[in-house]
Design a binder for this molecule. Structure first.
Ligand code: ZN
Ligand code: ZN
Length: 338
């Protein structure tokens, strides 16, 4: 098969991914082989390729927003079946036994394996996944449309959950989104459909700010600009620690600030007054399968539309460079067998 392989992390301008031939992986017990049709490009892939996430498997095939069709099943697999379209996400598998797994927090599992980091991922024509961790995909999404939902979408959904806003009816709730790429542009659609007013702070007038306006943000400003009202909750998707004090300053008392990335540059020293007033800062780490299922259901119900720029598999380095330079409006997706 054709695959993009990372041997050694390096700035993406050096083209660390090598487009080459590789063996088609063989599904073991409880695994499925997926013929990849599209694979989203996530900021985490950038962190893997550039080494902000230390290598855990080397060489490795990155990519963890895989849409494809089950080609083969390993021993003991009942579901999914051969020919079924599935999505494969970041959480490759968990141990099921540790204290986190036993208490509904499998996203924090001590022994978790991750697609495209500790296991080979979807920047390839085929990928192997754990049968218990793949998602059936709602029919209303095409392969390319569905790919960014599998990480950007699910993590944004979990971030919304962690804002502690009351379930479901968000009429009049003021939500801030900092950084408006793949995750932000899906997250705003969910938040708005629940009734929230969304305030977006992001760089790039031409791409990100314009998209935020088109998707119905009530206010759009530069990354460190102060929204006109106090926010009931905010999410930072950009990996930049210097946004934290600015976002805290925009929060109302008792409000929560959720940090949506797996990596963030250092957070500057904080004046305690920014936090005082029972403001909460918390991160999002991975997601549970329950988050994934709930999100895909809600995304299908409200007909989330992803804005996508597609690249060929061979262009994976270019896609990562474009992502790094903020040159993708919405989400980047590698299209493979489609
Ligand atoms: Zn566990
Ligand atoms: Zn991701």
């Amino acid at each position: 098969m054709k695959a993009c392989i990372l041997e050694k992390p390096s700035p993406v301008e050096n083209y660390p991914l090598r487009f080459t031939d590789a063996d088609v992986p063989v599904p073991q017990a409880n695994e499925v082989l997926v013929r990849v049709s599209a694979c989203g490009v996530c900021r985490t892939d950038l962190h893997v390729c550039e080494g902000e996430l230390a290598p855990r498997r080397s060489p490795v095939i990155p990519g963890h927003q895989i849409v494809g069709v089950v080609e083969e099943i390993g021993e003991g697999v009942d579901v999914p079946s051969i020919g079924q379209r599935v999505g494969v996400a970041w959480l490759h598998q968990t141990c099921g036994k540790c204290v986190y797994c036993r208490h509904g927090k499998e996203n924090l599992c001590e022994q978790a394996e991750f697609t495209g980091w500790t296991r080979d991922g979807g920047f390839a024509e085929f990928a192997v996944a754990n049968a218990d961790f793949v998602y059936p995909l709602p029919e209303n999404f095409s392969d390319i449309q569905a790919a960014p939902l599998l990480c950007a979408g699910i993590i944004g959904y979990r971030a919304l959950k962690l804002t502690n806003l009351a379930e479901r009816d968000w009429s009049g709730v003021r939500l801030g989104i900092y950084g408006f790429g793949a995750a932000g542009h899906v997250c705003i659609q969910i938040a708005k459909s629940r009734g929230a007013e969304v305030f977006v702070a992001t760089r790039d007038r031409e791409r990100h700010q314009k998209l935020a306006e088109q998707l119905g943000a009530v206010w759009v400003g530069d990354t460190l600009a102060e929204p006109p009202v106090k926010l009931d909750a905010a999410i930072i998707f950009a990996p930049a620690g210097e946004i934290v004090p600015a976002a805290l300053k925009a929060l109302d008392k008792g409000a929560t600030l959720v940090l949506g990335g797996i990596y963030m540059s250092p957070i500057p020293v904080l004046e305690y007054s920014l936090l005082y007033g029972e403001r909460i800062v918390r991160s999002v780490a991975n997601n549970t399968r329950e988050d994934g299922r709930e999100f895909l259901h809600e995304a299908a119900r409200i007909s989330v539309k992803t804005s996508v720029r597609s690249f060929s598999l061979e262009e994976a380095n270019e896609a990562l460079i474009a992502l790094k330079n903020d040159a993708i409006r919405g989400a980047g997706v590698l299209t493979i067998n489609c």
